[in-house]
Design a binder for this molecule. Structure first.
Ligand SMILES: NC(=O)c1ccc[n+]([C@@H]2O[C@H](COP(=O)([O-])OP(=O)(O)OC[C@H]3O[C@@H](n4cnc5c(N)ncnc54)[C@H](O)[C@@H]3O)[C@@H](O)[C@H]2O)c1
Length: 249
């Protein structure tokens, strides 16, 4: 066994979706710190800030604004991105403060959540997998959730989000089995509550958490970057539970 550092992204081109968000931007910074060759950042929100920050660190960056719930946008993104070594799908939504029992518009929101959180990664992988397979391999990371493991940690999280993330976990297992023989490794992360825009309006009482706090975006970013590295070469169909001990199983 070689003792060189295998958590090294030098020479790698990596796509990050949801890159304007908390976990996506933190993953971009982690990849930059690990020597990534080029980052392709996608989001339907503004990417200028994270793009400029990374360029100021001499990281090569392409940005692409798109709606990743749409099949066409995913196809355009992957065509634009060119050859990729790895991708992390962080784009997601978690609408709160609705009422699934009585809200007449709730079903519309359900479909939007499924389109972004579940159909979006399917669109992405439909484009990515054949291309990575033709190149002889690649690494794909989908972001699930502790909600998909245990039904959520806050009573205001709605069943559409929980179902979408349970679906992401099942999708990781389905994709991993089909992609591994082609050299493509599909894995995931199931984060516990993390301090980002997504959770900014939710109250998380410290005494409910084994570590006395929720997580920081960096604490998901480093495992995500690891799953894009040569050090993760025997991971396929794994979902890393990164939740500070909130869910063990
Ligand atoms: N923050 C948490 O507590 C937590 C916990 C478990 C899982 N997650 C998951 O982690 C991922 C990242 O979430 P985050 O916490 O960084 O939230 P965030 O809101 O900071 O980032 C999400 C990003 O996704 C982008 N996005 C949303 N819809 C999109 C679309 N249709 N097309 C393109 N981009 C789109 C948003 O613009 C945003 O920049 C999500 O999949 C989320 O479900 C988050």
């Amino acid at each position: 066994m070689s003792l060189t550092n295998a958590i090294d992204l030098s020479g790698r081109r990596i796509l990050l979706t949801g890159a304007a968000g908390g976990i996506g931007a933190a993953t971009a910074r982690a990849c930059a710190a690990l020597g990534v060759k080029e980052l392709i950042l996608a989001d339907n929100g503004p990417l200028e800030k994270i793009g400029d920050e990374l360029r100021s660190l001499d990281v090569a960056v392409m940005t692409h604004r798109c709606d990743l719930s749409q099949r066409k946008d995913n196809a355009e993104l992957i065509a634009m991105a060119g050859d990729l070594d790895a991708a992390v799908a962080c784009a997601g939504i978690c609408p709160l403060e609705e009422d699934w029992l009585d809200d007449p518009d709730w079903d519309d929101v359900f479909h939007r959540v499924m389109d972004v959180n579940l159909l979006g990664p399917i669109h992405l992988c439909r484009e990515l997998l054949p291309r990575m397979a033709r190149r002889g391999g690649g690494q794909i990371v989908l972001i699930g959730s502790i909600g998909g493991r245990m039904g959520g940690t806050s009573p205001i999280v709605q069943p559409h989000y929980i179902a979408s993330k349970g679906g992401v976990h099942a999708l990781i297992w389905w994709l991993a089995q089909r992609a591994a023989p082609q050299g493509v490794l599909v894995n995931g992360i199931a984060p516990g509550p993390i301090a980002t825009a997504m959770t900014s309006t939710t109250n998380y009482p410290k005494d409910r958490y084994p570590l006395g706090r929720i997580g920081e975006p960096e604490e998901i970013a480093w495992p995500a970057a690891f799953l894009c590295s040569p050090a993760a070469s025997y991971f396929s169909g794994s979902i890393l539970d990164v939740n500070g001990g909130l869910f063990v199983g």
